[in-house]
Write a protein that binds this ligand. Structure first.
Ligand code: KIV
Length: 271
């Protein structure tokens, strides 16, 4: 299938226009130059340097350990690859919760030192002062509600969020606050599809879903999961668009055999 790739760089204004025109927004995570180049060339609208890098790049069980310095290091490579996509960097746990000043200082650092276009942070009303300060400072902010993995210790796991009316009402309220504060987009993670569709209709900014059904303005997946590189992880919402993990293992196995039996390198592969 061919995808129409825009030559010009994606902007937050264009993402808003896509919502208004009913055009779905494609978002994928990216953490390094090589894969980000492929993701960008394929025509993805937004590349998110997610703090899921803590899991898929660093091998941690949670997103919490990754630092601002590590996020900046990874984001630089993605920014160098991005000819088209808007690049959003996740603000890691602890970098924005303490105070408005610290949130702005860390977001400014991330933008200046990585060259990314925007930041994402998890939470609603609790972090509204930080979000407002960041937006007043000219920093484009993407919100993130529902299952917010930085709060895993509070939630006690990665289960579906907002099943009960009280939590669903709070989520809708938070989404409206983020929208009114000026967030250019909101991610909704692992919530009932009906609620996600309701939030999408209630706010003016584009809503990007992950495990939130198809009533949102766009979708996001973790690249390593959708490529089948991350084989142990299979939640219901995850569609694997490739099985690269199997292909990598097979190729590496063939390489090992060829090295051991000395069929690699051949004469024509030597100088
Ligand atoms: O860190 C991440 O990859 C994310 C996406 C799953 C939305 O926040």
């Amino acid at each position: 299938m061919s995808v129409h790739v825009q030559n010009t760089k994606m902007t937050t204004a264009r993402l808003r226009a896509m919502k208004q025109n009913g055009e779905q927004i494609s978002v994928l995570t990216a953490y390094d130059f090589t894969l980000a180049s492929l993701v960008d060339e394929a025509g993805t609208d937004v590349m998110l340097v997610g703090d899921s890098a803590s899991n898929v790049v660093c091998g941690n069980a949670y997103t919490l350990p990754i630092t601002v310095d590590e996020m900046i290091f990874l984001t630089r490579g993605v920014v160098r690859a991005a000819k088209h996509a808007l690049v959003v960097c996740d603000m890691p746990f602890g970098s924005y919760q303490v105070s408005e000043e610290e949130a702005v200082r860390n977001a400014v650092r991330i933008l200046k030192e990585s060259g990314c276009d925007a930041v994402k942070l998890e939470g609603g009303e609790d972090i509204l002062p930080q979000i407002k300060h960041m937006i007043h400072a000219g920093i484009p902010v993407m919100g993130h509600l529902g299952l917010t993995p930085q709060s895993v210790n509070q939630f006690g796991g990665y289960g579906l969020r907002a099943k009960e009316k009280a939590e669903a009402d709070k989520l809708l309220h938070d989404a409206k606050l983020l929208d009114e504060a000026g967030c250019f987009s909101i991610v909704l993670e692992k919530i009932p599809a009906e609620l996600a569709a309701q939030v999408t209709k209630a706010v003016s900014c584009p809503v990007i879903g992950i495990g939130a059904g198809n009533g949102c303005d766009g979708q996001v997946l973790v690249l390593h999961d959708m490529l089948g590189l991350n084989q142990g992880f299979q939640p219901k919402f995850l569609r694997r668009f490739a099985q690269l993990g199997e292909q990598v293992k097979q190729a590496v196995g063939e390489y090992i055999t060829a090295v051991k039996d000395q069929t690699f390198p051949k004469a024509e592969e030597s100088y």
